[in-house]
Design a protein around this ligand. Structure first.
Ligand SMILES: Cc1cc2nc3c(=O)[nH]c(=O)nc-3n(C[C@H](O)[C@H](O)[C@H](O)COP(=O)(O)OP(=O)(O)OC[C@H]3O[C@@H](n4cnc5c(N)ncnc54)[C@H](O)[C@@H]3O)c2cc1C
Length: 1439
């Protein structure tokens, strides 16, 4: 049972529904659409007002108004359809619940618009047939449920979707395409000037073509005027080969300390061959003497030097020269921190540093990445001993990362995408976004670092997962796997094989565990479960590390031919977006190639040493010298925290700067190297504290990390006393491990005799580690994650434009509530002094914005504001006063605001958005822009002036439509000027009455959309298990209870109980298709039917199958369930009792087809994790294909699904509530009531099929019908139909029936025979009947032949498709009769009917069009057919 929801606000959801019984529905217009809208609303019990002048009344609307036709009369008999013979007037809208505006001649588009706007003003949902942008909703015609009408609303999003599509198209055009085209245009013009002859047209074109084929779009786009001139010269000189445009190169040479003998051949050559050398003035003359090309000594003052040098260098680079930058200073150059190099990077020159340090020094220098390729020079260069020249030779392609806003999961995926040919994605959790970015990149056709297409396959996680990755790697492909860590356990067999085959597959796993409340937290438990597979396992702790460690893993895997598992925090890091240096695809190929070639020299060393060598060789490019174990903190620490992955990143914040404490970050988990571990520990260590997220507190045994660490001390050479080893395990369900938690655990372990094992408690929201003073933090609360989603990247842009170098953004969402709440945490360091931002959730921010005021009712968001911070509230109402807010804000919020001396800013951004855009769907964008502007204006640490400029510049760059640009600008400026700011008055501190509110919600990650599903899924549990004696009461005390018995009181339509009198198979027993004729005695049920109507049959389930299910599920079949249902007609509550057995046989569709919602509803009941994950996957967006495949191949029923997931065992009431009732199936009635006044006949074919695994299946209702013996009762209803005979008995009737499509035509023929018998003159009847074989499927053959002989059936055309070699179908027969049919239809007012399967519809339509086109043009014939449809003279009933 679905709950009847009356929607007042159509913008609240995509699905809207109205209970419109008894309400006014206005229909403006008189065409057939108006007619169908009127019928539709009347069927739902609405009071319908149709407004249209008489002249516009269509035939169909007339028949609705007269109530004369069968279907309308019966379906609208309880309702009123009033007609007003005039044009629309605005008063018509008064009191209307819904408005339909149709598109006929009486409604001009101006009028439609006027009605649309008026309706909006009055808050009446409107549907305008011809103007989707004015429509609040569209109907899903199949979702009617009596008084409940369900529609789909675009919320005005139609145009936005179109705009999105456009954007997508534009985005898929390669970057720089515009500039490249401009260059080509320039070239074409220049060629024309140089060679204007007409005769050279072809040659010029060929030349331009060749140019465009020769260079990439990017290179073409970068061509300068002089390069274009060079091309023209080449054209003139008739040269066959096109000139190669020379690429400039930038090298950096840096002097350092050392000896002259250290000068390398590379350095020597670089200096002597360079075309331009730019040198610091402090560089000694000896170096400068080596220069043969141009030499420029740049001034000593830093700023001027830098500017002059950059200008000169860029000019030379554009000329394709090799440029050397010669600098004094240390030999360690980090590209990402080198301002000068960054200046080149930003200008697109992509120079990076590959130092050619003297061979000996290169080993030690972290940036010495190409030591193998550099030899010590033999040249007797005489240079003073104290002046050594470490040389960096930059290449054209940079290896350094460029700052990019990216999530941890995408950072790892980017590396995998760039370095391999295919990725296999195993998303386990519902709504996992693992596959999203790689799939998008692949769809865009982005190539990998080797210039190949990268294939992304998203797969189901089941036992044997990753075997496909194994196969692909075996076949020689470079393979990555992206997975949620829960998938790893399913991959174990494949992982063993991959490792045994020495295949360098890299798995990037989001390490996570889901707790019982659907919270997702980081956990390495699944990673450790792969310990013995032979995979090396290496972890990363934040977004930058996810990128870097991914690179390390791929290089190490390639060199060692060992598969690697790279794991990152699957909760925070996976979803956090940070600005991190990301090496772009092409450069990554280059970097990796170098690193592989260097590491190959030492590939025979043990794997841990090899990984460390790889880390060393990549240090320059990654900007950090990674180690297997990295120690930070006090050199003489007595307490050392040991942690891995994200826990290590968080622990670092707590440990740094604390006396006596250090942190050892574990990166390489497998193979475990005790030697490397011990080497990093300070000798002073007395206590080792493990933070082990691989084990849940309370679980038996030691965690893997504990065993590794302990064995390191006992089994290896540790000559000092073994320190005390303590271990903190995560409390089950811990959501956010923070630095504060580490600090408190350090306090715990500092006591004299701490416990060896302790629980790491969930952090207290109020205890926090203060952010550094130059780090700013903001939190934005909103009710719809989507709204904030589009704020986040723009906020980052805004902050970057201010110079903020480190920016981090993280959205947490709560799925606990029905409306998802999100809070977006933005953290940034403006001056770049803090490069590593905290990984903890922000506890108190400088700026907190509540974008949806409703949230203040449930949460004290003020608790997350720092003292002196600012709270922005977006609330309805202009110019609020303090008194207004005093009234509105909850006491708890006011108290906190006063205590913390917070400034409060108030704006009505929704109203501003409303005022600036008429399109409801765009309002969110306008609102967010306004709110973003306020973040720029009001947040500490942001330069308001710059922020506004950036937003305005952003608008002018992105908005091509001037009106949109101006209105957005208006909304932004209005928000900035209308915001009211004041200090929280101290009286608020005395707001004592109100209770405290929770400060925060439990965030859940990765499952954000769960709540949406739950919302849709709200199922009313109507059934209650009751004591067995309860239903006996009404029977015993009949006078006190109005007792009645009904088979399907839930049906919601009038039902009748009829009795089977005949059930006869028409096809031979040996024939594969079972077509049968079934007759029911109407008795005194009151059932009446018209010609062409269909019978709704309420089928029942097989009692034996039900009994089997009851036994298996452990139910009590005799358990009584009570339903309390309101009788809509009388308003009285009626109570219904049934046993569980009865329900499952008669009502509940237990053997029907379960949809996604059923899988969703089982998740909460599944107690086995793997079942829960699988259910979650199938119910998720990612799992949609897998679910569809399962349904198509195995066609499981609800009962089957329960057997597939035995741990999901909802109690009977819940089960009943999550399975819909059996729906009636419709069958065209094959009898005329005039001929058979007491019976109703059907012609039915048994629906059967086999599942892929070979199980035979039968359709629910046909299985029931075919098994019914005479005497059995059946519950039925009558469904009106469009299959009506023409009003005149003399009009020709042309019938085309395939298989059981014959049914209504038997009724037609019977009816005409009856009329004839009455002495009425009847017109010709033509029947086309199609089936496979005459001998088996000539349904009602004898009757037909008799009618034919009697000349009632004037033309009998049979098409038995398989009785002859050539296939013959009814459309062939129709074609052959084209002249006759045209005559009957066009001249004699005949009607054409088609019934049966859908597939012949197009052919039959074509046959008729071609018949008509003998008398008119094809276009007119098509129109004619449409007109006939409208007149109900071309009628299709296909199923
Ligand atoms: C107006 C109208 C008139 C009709 N007239 C006739 C008529 O005269 N004669 C006639 O024989 N039929 C007629 N039909 C068709 C009839 O209504 C039924 O659709 C048909 O009999 C099948 O019903 P069923 O309950 O036996 O099969 P169902 O159980 O409804 O199965 C139908 C199909 O659904 C799929 N399916 C079922 N269960 C699953 C599952 N668990 N997972 C995945 N897929 C599944 C299968 O592909 C199957 O073929 C008419 C239909 C309409 C709308």
């Amino acid at each position: 049972m679905s709950k009847v929801v009356e929607s007042k606000n159509t913008s609240s959801s995509l699905i809207v529904s109205w209970a419109i019984a008894g309400k006014k529905v206005l229909v403006v217009g008189g065409d057939s659409i108006a007619a169908s809208r009127a019928v539709f609303a009347a069927e739902a019990g609405a009071v319908v007002s149709v407004v249209t002048p008489f002249a516009s009344l269509s035939a169909s609307l007339k028949s609705v108004l007269s109530g004369s036709t069968g279907s309308t009369a019966s379906s609208t008999s309880n309702a009123q359809v009033q007609w007003f013979d005039r044009s629309f007037e605005s008063k018509d809208l008064d009191g209307a619940a819904l408005v339909f505006v149709c598109a006929d001649s009486s409604v001009s588009s101006a009028l439609a618009r006027q009605i649309g706007s008026l309706a909006k003003e009055k808050g009446v949902p409107v549907n305008v047939a011809s103007l989707p942008e004015l429509s609040d909703f569209f109907f899903m015609s199949t979702y009617k449920d009596q008084s409940l009408q369900v529609a789909i609303s675009t919320n005005g999003n139609g145009p936005r979707l179109a705009a999105k599509l456009r954007k997508q198209i534009v985005n898929s055009i390669p970057a720089h395409a515009g500039s490249a085209l401009e260059v080509l245009a320039k070239l074409r013009n220049a060629l024309k000037v140089a060679d204007p002859s007409q005769a050279s047209n072809a040659r010029r074109m060929a030349f331009v073509n060749k140019v465009s084929e020769t260079w990439s779009v990017e290179t073409l786009a970068s061509f300068t005027e002089s390069e274009v001139s060079a091309l023209v010269k080449a054209y003139q000189s008739q040269s066959v080969d096109l000139p190669r445009v020379k690429q400039g190169s930038l090298r950096v040479i840096r002097t350092g300390s050392g000896s002259v003998e250290d000068l390398t051949v590379g350095a020597y050559r670089a200096l002597s061959e360079a075309e331009l050398v730019l040198s610091d003035s402090a560089v000694p003359k000896e170096f400068l003497d080596l220069v043969n090309g141009d030499l420029m000594v740049v001034p000593a003052e830093a700023e001027r030097a830098s500017d002059t040098m950059i200008v000169a260098a860029i000019r030379a680079l554009e000329l394709g020269q090799n440029v050397i930058r010669l600098r004094v200073g240390s030999d360690a150059i980090s590209v990402s921190e080198d301002e000068e190099l960054n200046a080149f990077l930003q200008r697109g020159h992509n120079a990076h540093v590959v130092p050619c340090v003297s061979a000996i020094r290169a080993v030690a220098a972290p940036v010495a990445t190409i030591k193998e390729s550099v030899q010590v020079t033999q040249a007797p260069v005489s240079i003073a001993k104290q002046l050594v020249v470490p040389v960096a030779a930059a290449q054209v392609h940079t290896a350094a990362g460029s700052p990019t806003l990216i999530s941890g999961q995408d950072a790892a995926a980017h590396v995998a995408y760039a370095l391999t040919d295919m990725s296999f994605v195993y998303p386990v959790l519902p709504e996992s976004t693992l596959a999203a970015s790689p799939t998008a990149w692949s769809a865009k056709g982005l190539k990998n670092a080797h210039g190949k297409f990268h294939k992304v396959s998203t797969l189901e996680t089941r036992a044997g997962a990753a075997s496909i990755a194994h196969g692909a790697a075996h076949a020689g492909s470079a393979v990555s796997v992206l997975a949620n860590s829960a998938a790893l356990t399913h991959m174990l067999p494949s992982m063993y094989q991959i490792a045994a085959d020495k295949l360098p597959v890299v798995i990037h796993a989001a390490a996570q565990a889901v707790d019982k409340d659907f919270g997702v937290h980081a956990s390495a438990a699944d990673v450790y479960a792969t310990s013995f597979t032979g995979f090396a396992a290496i972890g990363s702790g934040n977004v930058k590390e996810a990128h870097d460690v991914a690179v390390i893993a791929h290089v190490a895997a390639t060199v060692s031919q060992t598969p690697f598992l790279h794991f990152y925090d699957g909760s925070r890091v996976a979803n956090e977006k940070s600005v991190a240096p990301v090496i772009e695809t092409a450069a990554l190929g280059h970097v990796v190639k170098n690193a592989v070639s260097q590491a190959s020299a030492v590939k025979s060393v043990p794997l841990p040493d090899l990984v460390e060598a790889v880390m060393g060789s990549l240090a320059g490019q990654l900007g950090h010298a990674y180690k297997l174990f990295e120690y930070v903190g006090a050199k003489d620490a007595e307490t050392v925290v040991v942690a891995l992955g994200a826990s290590a990143a968080i622990a670092e914040e707590a440990v740094l700067g604390q006396a006596g404490v250090g942190l050892l970050k574990v990166r390489l988990v497998r193979p475990w190297s005790a030697r490397h571990f011990l080497a990093q520990l300070p000798r002073t260590v007395k206590r080792v504290v493990l933070i082990d997220d691989s084990k849940v507190a309370g679980a038996a045994g030691h965690g893997a990390l504990f065993l590794d660490v302990t064995s390191a001390f006992y089994d290896s050479v540790w000559s000092l006393p073994v320190p005390t080893i303590l271990k903190g395990n995560f409390a089950a369900g811990i959501q956010n491990f923070t630095a504060a938690a580490v600090q408190s655990l350090l306090k715990t372990v500092a006591t004299a005799s701490p416990r060896v094992e302790f629980k790491i408690e969930a952090p207290n929201a109020t205890s926090h580690v203060a952010a550094a003073s130059n780090v700013f933090e903001a939190i934005v609360w909103d009710q719809q994650a989507d709204n904030t989603e589009n704020i986040a990247p723009r906020a980052v842009k805004l902050l970057e434009s201010q110079g903020a170098s480190s920016v981090q953004i993280y959205t947490t969402t709560s799925s606990v509530t029905v409306e998802p709440i999100s809070s977006t945490h933005i953290r940034f360091s403006k001056d770049g002094s803090v490069t590593q931002l905290s990984q903890s959730l922000i506890s108190t921010a400088n700026y907190v914005a509540v974008h949806n005021v409703k949230l203040l009712e449930s949460y004290n968001v003020a608790a997350s504001i720092r003292e002196g911070g600012l709270l922005l509230i977006n609330r309805p109402g202009a110019n609020p006063t303090v008194a207004d807010l005093t009234k509105e804000l909850p006491d708890a919020v006011k108290r906190t605001l006063a205590q913390r001396k917070v400034r409060v800013a108030v704006v009505d951004a929704d109203k501003i958005a409303f005022n600036y855009t008429q399109f409801r769907g765009h309002r969110g964008e306008y609102r967010n822009l306004a709110l973003l502007g306020l973040l720029g204006k009001l947040c500490d640490g942001v330069d308001a002036g710059l922020a506004v400029k950036e937003l305005e510049a952003g608008l002018s760059a992105t908005e091509t439509d001037n009106t949109v640009y101006r209105t957005k600008l208006g909304a932004l400026r209005t928000a900035l000027s209308s915001v009211v700011v004041f200090n929280a008055p101290s009286e608020w501190g005395f707001a004592l009455m109100g209770a405290d509110l929770p400060k925060y919600f439990q965030p859940t990650f990765g499952l954000q959309k769960l709540s949406n599903l739950e919302k849709e899924d709200v199922v009313e549990v109507v059934g209650k298990a009751v004591a067995k004696y309860e239903p006996a009461l009404p029977v015993m005390f009949k006078e006190a209870f109005a007792l009645k018995s009904a088979l399907r009181p839930d049906a919601g339509e009038k039902t009748y109980v009829v009795t089977v009198t005949e059930n006869r198979r028409l096809t031979p027993d040996t024939y594969e298709r079972n077509v049968f004729h079934i007759e029911f005695d109407i008795g005194n049920s009151g059932l009446k039917y018209e010609i062409g109507e269909a019978l709704g049959v309420y089928g029942q389930n097989n009692p034996d199958h039900v009994e089997e299910f009851i036994q298996w599920y452990g139910l009590d079949g005799a358990q009584i369930i009570r339903f309390d249902r309101t009788n809509e007609a009388t308003g009285a509550v009626e109570t219904e009792y049934r046993t569980v057995s009865q329900l499952l046989v008669e009502v509940v569709d237990i053997f029907g087809k379960p949809g996604k919602k059923f899988f969703q509803s089982l998740i909460e009941h599944a107690t086995v994790m793997s079942e829960r994950e699988r259910l979650g996957f199938l119910a998720s967006g990612e799992g949609a294909d897998a679910l569809a495949k399962l349904q198509e191949e195995e066609t499981p029923t609800f009962a089957d699904v329960l057997q597939m997931f035995p741990s999901a065992h909802p109690p009977i009431e819940k089960l009943l509530a999550s399975i819909p009732n059996i729906k009636p199936r419709h069958y065209s009635i094959s009898s005329s009531m005039n001929v058979h006044p007491t019976s109703v006949h059907l012609l039915v074919v048994v629906v059967d099929w086999k599942t892929k695994s070979g199980k035979p299946r039968l359709g629910q209702c046909t299985r029931y019908l075919v098994g019914l013996r005479p005497g059995k009762t059946v519950t039925v209803s009558v469904k009106p139909s469009v299959m009506k005979l023409p009003p005149s008995h003399e009009a020709p009737v042309i019938m085309a029936g395939l298989g059981t499509g014959m049914a209504p035509f038997r009724a037609f023929v019977e009816e005409r025979a009856y009329q004839k018998a009455l002495g009425n003159k009847v017109g010709p009847m033509v029947l086309y009947f199609g089936a496979r074989h005459r001998s088996e499927e000539y349904l009602y053959g004898e009757e037909l032949e008799a009618y034919h002989a009697d000349d009632l059936l004037t033309h009998l055309r049979l098409a038995f498709s398989r009785d002859q070699k050539e296939k013959v179908y009814i459309q062939h027969k129709i074609k052959a009769d084209d002249a006759m049919l045209s005559e009957m239809i066009l001249k004699q007012g005949g009607a054409f009917y088609l019934c049966g399967p859908t597939w012949p519809v197009p052919d039959i339509r074509d046959a008729l069009v071609s018949a008509f086109s003998k008398y008119m043009t094809v276009e007119e014939a098509v129109e004619k057919l449409e007109a006939l449809k409208e007149e109900e003279r071309y009628v299709l009933e296909v199923y």
